[in-house]
Write a protein of this length. Sequence first.
Length: 204
Amino acid sequence: MTATIEPSDLVWYVSYGSNMAAARLACYLEGGCPPGASRRQPGARDATPVRGDTAVELPGTVYFAGESPTWGGGVAFYDPATPGRAAARGYLVTAQQFADIASQEMHRHPDADHDLSEVLETGRLVVGPGRYETMLCVGEREGAPMLTFTAPSRQDHLLAPPSPAYLVMLSQGLRETFGWAETEIADYLRHLPGAEATGGQRAE
């Protein structure tokens, strides 16, 4: 895989959380606040709709932890080291759009491109110490790298159950992406670490 990429080059942004719902992702491109959320996103510098999307299943697991200022309750993080399966959705966007989505998830203003050479070369790039500030390259599809972001370490915060509004958005994304029935969605979500955490449980 090439270690250089231009802002206009295409990449797959792989979402495993609320951004699996197309309406939620649109808030990061066009700006806006999705139903149930408390924080409005400014949107990307380029609001062009995604060029395509695809269902993705990653090795590892998704877990819920931390406290979301947008949703309340825990939010989803990806742990590639724990055996399991992580349902996800890949969106074909430009590298600049991916940078702007990532910046907004990092609670930064979307006004700068990220140097993706390290994550393409090594599979991992730590942008900062905060949540969603660790970028991962999780594969390649149709010649474009597949990129996501998560917490630096699963041990960095406590497991915490997600809020009902966050679960609604996650369920919508899983339904759109995989066409799962409600029973399949409920079964997948309740088996994720942190889904029923009682507090004080370390994410390990």
